[in-house]
Each structure stands twice: as structure tokens, then as C-alpha cells.
Design a protein around this ligand. Structure first.
Ligand code: SAH
Length: 374
């Protein structure tokens, strides 16, 4: 039995025809899923009872099960979703001011091998399918009261989105289409380790998604060590592909830099980074590392973060330090799944410190940034 989310394209329409239903029933069901936030077929009250019964007989509403739901005091909520093959992924809802941002995953595990990241510790299992990606959006949206809408999506959960574009792009179509979630493309951020061919594919698409490129190092030798996939790519080709994306989208690029104590947080490295970014219309997001159990990397001191940022801003580079969100619920990519898979009992609060993030300007941490994710 298929889920509605996996049948949105094609199958549901064909099925409705077989049931001798008029074409507008398809639009009604889509509307119930995206705008109406239906939790069951019974919720779809403008469909005839016989059609609701037939839907329940032939379809499941969801492909996933929520196996865990955690909430942090700051309003961040995290879902651990289990698929039919028992794979698990996580996705997060973040609340800040008027913003309602969701962070979604694209793969079970990750193949990129970033040495500090929890998501890839056990390698990659598989790509998520389009419906599995859509379902994260719908399930997170259902956590909001009806009068609140999702405003932003960041594709920054588990996995490398650009290694799964075939399934991700149709899901993002539903995210920004009016008949879907109606979130404008520029409020949808795709975060990538930097795969030039896929960045070029996004450039050709010419949909102005916001691109965030994870650098983490200003030079190839250091990046090869922290982000092993860099061996096959190299910083130069990433920067060139990013520039091409900027030319097409006209939108300021974001680069991400996870700051790891005594690995990539020296002032000299900030100066190298400033040279790399010089002349580009770019924003640098500094993310102080969130520690992961079993990994040796540490969070830099606030002083080190400040010195690093100062060395960049003094060269005219625009810098933001990412605000920690979801403290105590292991809201960092891969962390919740990992603690759950390692130990199914309740985790100790604050075991892994926080994570995901809404961006605030470095210079004025109390002021909400309205531009960074636009
Ligand atoms: N594969 C994509 C999305 C990954 S998650 C990418 O590489 O961009 C989004 C960001 O979170 C990446 O920059 C990633 O390096 C960073 N990240 C992963 N683990 C982290 C941790 N424990 N602390 C801080 N940032 C982390």
C-alpha cells in the first residue's frame, strides 16, 4: 500500500480517475496535505465519505512513523522519523521571532566523511526519496498551530543534498509551489559540502534557491583532512562553481565554516580565509562546533571565536556567528539518531550540546537578522 505523499505525482490522479472522481478531487487532497495539514483521511471533510473510505482502503497517509519527538525550552522541536525499511532520520523545527524554519535531511547517513560530523560516522545507507523528504516538511508543519506558517527551509540535516538532487528537487518544487507550501525559493537554503557539477546543475535550473557552501578550511591540505571528499574536488573548483551560481542567481552566497578548537580556528587561518573570500559578495557563517560523543573535536572558546571573526571583519568580510538552537535535544545533524541507535533509553540532558541555528549578526547578537536567509 502506497502513501499519499509517494503518490502525489501520477498515481493518485490515475487512481481518482479509476474511481470516476472529478479532477478537482486531486487538488482537494493536495490542499488537505499541504495547506490543511490533514492528519488522517477522516480530516478531509470536503471529500465524500465513500471517497475517504476508498482512500483509507488503498493508501496510507504517511510513509513514515514518528519514533521520537523532543522539544527544547527555546521552542525548537525535533522529530526522529522511521521509514518502512527501519532507517531513521531526523528533522527539526526552529522558532525565532516570526520565523518558522525547518531543517530537513536528504540521506540516511552521509558519504562525505567530514571528520567532525555525526551524520557520516556510520557511512551512507541510502538516498531519501522525494516523498520521504516531503513528509519531513508536512510532519514538521503539523507541529505549528494553524495560524502559523512555515517561513524558511534549510536543507542542512543529515546527508549531502547535492548528492541526491534527483529526489530533492521535486520535493523542493512542492515546497515552493503555491499548491504546495508556497515558500519562496529564496527562503529555501541548500547547504552543500561543495560538489561543483551539482552546483552547476542548480545554476542551470535558475530557481533562486539560497546556496550555502560548507568550506571549513581555507586551504586544500587542511580541507582534505577535515572534509575528505575534498581530495577529489579542491577548493578552487568549488569557488568557481559558487561564482557561477552567484552570476545566475544574483544572490549573495553563504559559506559555512565550522570552527573547531585548534584545528581551523587560528587567526592566521582566518586571514587565509579572508583572502579566499575577498572580492566575492559573500556571507561567512561561523558555526562553533557542537561536540559529538566519540569524536575528539572541541568547541573553540568565545575568545577564539571572537578573534577569528575580527580577523575576517577587519578585511571587510561579512561574518555571522550562528546562534545555538535546540540545546539539550541533540538538535545537531545526526546526533539524535546516533544517541537513539546507540542507547534507546532516555538520553542525559545536554549530552551533546546544541546545534542548529538561526543566524544572527556577529556584531549585534541581540538583533534578529532578517536578511541572512532571504
Ligand atoms: N552536507 C551538507 C549539509 C550538512 S549539515 C553540508 O556539508 O553542508 C550543515 C552544516 O552543519 C555543515 O556545514 C556541516 O559541516 C555542519 N555540521 C555538521 N556537524 C556539525 C557539528 N557537530 N557542529 C557544528 N556544525 C556541524
Amino acid at each position: 500500500m502506497n502513501s499519499i505523499t509517494s503518490s502525489l505525482t501520477g498515481e493518485l490522479e490515475t487512481w481518482l480517475k479509476e474511481q470516476n472522481q472529478p479532477a478537482f478531487r486531486y487538488r482537494q487532497i493536495v490542499n488537505w496535505m499541504f495547506a490543511g495539514r490533514a492528519g488522517s483521511f477522516a480530516d478531509m471533510t470536503n471529500l465524500p465519505q465513500s471517497l475517504r473510505d476508498a482512500l483509507s482502503r488503498d493508501f496510507r497517509l504517511w510513509s513514515t512513523q514518528v519514533t521520537r519527538h523532543t522539544k527544547a525550552a527555546d521552542g525548537t522541536e525535533k522529530l526522529l522519523l522511521q521509514f518502512r525499511d527501519t532507517s531513521q532520520i531526523e528533522c527539526v523545527l526552529l522558532r525565532e521571532g516570526q520565523r518558522r524554519t525547518i531543517c530537513i535531511s536528504t540521506q540516511v547517513g552521509c558519504a562525505m566523511g567530514c571528520v567532525f560530523c555525526a551524520s557520516g560516522l556510520d557511512g551512507i545507507k541510502r538516498n531519501l526519496t522525494t516523498d520521504e523528504i516531503i513528509e519531513q516538511m508536512l510532519r514538521l508543519q503539523r507541529l505549528l498551530p494553524l495560524e502559523e506558517r512555515l517561513s524558511h527551509i534549510v536543507v542542512m540535516g543529515m546527508g549531502e543534498p547535492l548528492a541526491n538532487l534527483d529526489y530533492l528537487l521535486p520535493a523542493l518544487d512542492w515546497a515552493h509551489a503555491d499548491r504546495g507550501l508556497g515558500i519562496s525559493a529564496r527562503r529555501i537554503t541548500i547547504s552543500t559540502v561543495g560538489l561543483p557539477k551539482s552546483i552547476d546543475r542548480l545554476s542551470r535550473l535558475a530557481i533562486p534557491y539560497h546556496l550555502a557552501v560548507s568550506l571549513h578550511a581555507p586551504t586544500d591540505p587542511l580541507r582534505n583532512r577535515l572534509v575528505p571528499v575534498n581530495h577529489q574536488i579542491g577548493l578552487q573548483s568549488i569557488m568557481e562553481a559558487s561564482d557561477r551560481y552567484f552570476e545566475v542567481s544574483g544572490r549573495r552566497l553563504t559559506f559555512e565554516y565550522v570552527l573547531l578548537a585548534e584545528e581551523n580556528d587560528r587567526v592566521e587561518q582566518a586571514q587565509q580565509l579572508a583572502r579566499l573570500l575577498q572580492g566575492r559578495n559573500a556571507l561567512l557563517n561561523i558555526i562553533p562546533y557542537n561536540t559529538v560523543d566519540d569524536l575528539p573535536y572541541r568547541t573553540p572558546t568565545p575568545h577564539a571565536v571572537q578573534q577569528f571573526c575580527k580577523a575576517l571583519t577587519s578585511q571587510g568580510i561579512q561574518v555571522q556567528v550562528r546562534q545555538r538552537k535546540g540545546d539539550k535535544i541533540n538538535a545537531a545533524c545526526g546526533q539524535l539518531r546516533r544517541t537513539t541507535e546507540m542507547d534507546s533509553s532516555d538520553q542525559a540532558p545536554g549530552l551533546n550540546s546544541p546545534v542548529v541555528n538561526l543566524d544572527r549578526p556577529f556584531s549585534n547578537p541581540d538583533q534578529q537578522s532578517s536578511k541572512s536567509q532571504e
